[in-house]
Design a protein around this ligand. Structure first.
Ligand SMILES: CC(C)(COP(=O)(O)OP(=O)(O)OC[C@H]1O[C@@H](n2cnc3c(N)ncnc32)[C@H](O)[C@@H]1OP(=O)(O)O)[C@@H](O)C(=O)NCCC(=O)NCCS
Length: 167
């Protein structure tokens, strides 16, 4: 029996990120107070074959959100494929309509296809909307990283979602 890969079942408003979209990513990042990434940082990430960079469009084909992360090789007791989310944001006037969920599920689908064991991320400890969003999606708090962020200086919470159970 053939099975449809999860990324072919996903929301049709999910698209890959190309150079022409970077200005929109930066604008959405600024309006949602993400840790700032320059166009150069995004361009560098685009060159990395392990990067996962997705955007979401509305009915007018305007960019309303994005997720950026990467598959990484990790593991103290032998190599393991993990992934990290660096940025996820939805334009302010589009929040709480399920866009973040759709973006995250598209990212997670790609991780599942690549047999990723864990997805990791850091989040400001004051960012309770994002923490609730991640917890709703199965992430757990693993540890605190003191003074991880600048402007303003703040601790990070390291969160993990297990996709594969460790042996
Ligand atoms: C985190 C973020 C991407 C969520 O996007 P979104 O489109 O608003 O989220 P969704 O509508 O898909 O929400 C999915 C679920 O997450 C939780 N959630 C999302 N926003 C929440 C909030 N402000 N307060 C509490 N729970 C929230 C809810 O459980 C929600 O389900 P529900 O609406 O059925 O209750 C968005 O808030 C954002 O862009 N924040 C600013 C950027 C940021 O901080 N990114 C994270 C950096 S680490």
């Amino acid at each position: 029996m053939s099975r449809t890969p999860p990324e072919q079942c996903e929301d049709s408003r999910i698209r890959p990120v190309e150079t022409s979209h970077l200005a929109d990513l930066i604008r959405i990042g600024e309006e949602t107070n993400l840790s700032p990434w320059s166009a150069q940082s995004y361009l560098e990430e685009m060159k990395n074959p392990a990067a996962i960079m997705l955007r979401m469009v509305n009915d007018d084909n305007a960019n309303i959100g994005f997720v950026v992360g990467r598959v990484v090789i990790a593991g103290d007791t032998g190599p393991r494929t993990d992934a990290e989310i660096y940025n996820i944001a939805v334009a302010r006037n589009e929040q709480r309509r399920g866009c973040g969920q759709t973006l995250f599920e598209a990212f997670r689908n790609r991780c599942i296809l690549k047999q990723v064991a864990n997805i990791w991320l850091e989040v400001r400890e004051s960012n309770s909307p994002a923490i609730k969003f991640y917890e709703k999606n199965g992430f757990e708090k693993v540890q605190s990283r003191n003074h991880f962020y600048n402007n303003p200086r703040e601790h990070a919470i390291l969160m993990r979602l297990r996709l594969l159970t460790p042996h």
